[in-house]
Write a protein that binds this ligand. Structure first.
Ligand code: DOR
Ligand code: ZN
Length: 342
């Protein structure tokens, strides 16, 4: 197959940041996707409908005039989130979910939730009002091995939560393990997003032959058997799995340093990278359901109008993009990408 045409896709997990970063991140995503669920982990976090609507306007102001792009906002769940805020979110057409960060799990998660049982009354409201809960699924206990954190979070926190709230619409974001895939498959109320980088790379990309900070993200890349389970799920046609890039820009100076930030930037070439992953197992014909149909179905939205076309045509990703006054190193910087979005 030399060309593939798909219904215009969406990104169900994205970090755009704020301020002058938006003039880089928003055009990249708007060129690739019609809509995106925008993560609320700003400083300070986006915790109210009012703050989300203001953030949405700042994003819209950065959309190039020749593109249509709809930011779908999410609210950051904190121990102080009220049932009233859940009700306001459920009423607002521009807010689509709450995001749960276990406190300390990742970038800008300090305001997140320590004791998950403490938020059960709020989860009850979300279950009742059918507001999706998007979960960063890693335990934060510093004694646990970083490669086990997703599996342990599922066992200790997520399985009991799904049991207690069978009607809660839960998304295990950026699934990175076979156990995560099996968990999503185990209950129809669940869904999972998958990143392009976790479909393409295992932990050797990060660590073998030298430390490569641009492959460091959270949850961290896992071993090859897990990557194969993710790729099998993404390309299986199971509607519980859909596209979420987790594209997460950090300045080059904050990645290439003794203690580098977590996050891979893939928005510049997202669909091309997913096409490579699907093509690697001969399943390009499954890309449209994963990228353009399963997500809208979960969120109760219509698929987009219009199409995009990917062509098998190698190109070289730039070494850097500007990010405000700094620079940003994208995934595959200076290297070849096999597909090109028209
Ligand atoms: O690698 C990551 N980067 N994982 C996350 O959960 C957050 C994200 C970010 O915001 O940089
Ligand atoms: Zn994320």
């Amino acid at each position: 197959m030399q060309h593939i045409t798909l219904i215009r896709p969406d990104d169900w997990h994205l970090h755009l940041r704020d301020g002058d970063a938006l003039s880089t991140t928003v055009p990249h995503t708007a060129r690739q996707f019609a809509r995106a669920i925008v993560m609320p982990n700003l400083t300070p976090p986006v915790t109210t409908v009012e703050a989300a609507l203001a953030y949405r306007q700042r994003i819209l102001a950065a959309v190039p005039a020749d593109l249509n792009f709809e930011p779908l906002t999410s609210l950051y769940l904190t121990p102080a989130t009220t049932r009233d805020e859940v009700a306001r979110a459920a009423e607002c057409p521009h807010v689509h979910a709450f995001k749960l960060y276990p406190a300390g799990a990742t970038t800008h998660s300090e305001a997140g939730v320590g004791d998950l049982k403490g938020i059960y009354p709020v989860l009850e409201a979300m279950e009742h009002l059918r507001v999706p809960l998007l979960v960063h699924g890693e335990v934060t206990d510093p004694g646990t091995d970083i490669f086990d954190r997703e599996r342990l979070f599922i066992e200790r926190e997520l399985a009991p939560m799904a049991e207690r709230f069978p009607g809660l619409r839960l998304v295990l974001e950026h699934v990175t393990t076979r156990e995560g895939i099996d968990f999503v498959r185990s209950r129809p109320q669940l869904a999972g997003t998958l990143t392009a980088h976790h479909l393409l790379y295992n932990r050797n990309a990060l660590l073998a032959g030298g430390v490569r900070p641009h492959y460091f993200c959270l949850p961290v890349l896992k071993r090859e058997t897990h990557r194969q389970a993710l790729l099998e799920a993404a390309t299986s046609g199971n509607p519980q799995f859909f596209l979420g890039t987790d594209s997460a820009p950090h300045a080059q100076s904050r990645k290439e340093t003794a203690c580098g930030c977590a996050g891979c930037y893939t928005a510049h070439a997202a669909m091309e990278l997913y096409a490579e992953a699907f093509d690697s197992v001969g399943r390009l014909h499954r890309l449209e359901s994963f990228a353009s149909l399963n997500g809208p179905r979960f969120y109760g939205l219509e698929p987009n109008r219009g199409t995009v076309t990917l062509t098998r045509q190698a190109w070289t990703a730039p070494e850097t993009y500007p990010l405000g006054s700094e620079s940003l190193v994208p995934l595959r910087a200076g290297e070849s990408i096999a597909w090109k979005l028209a």
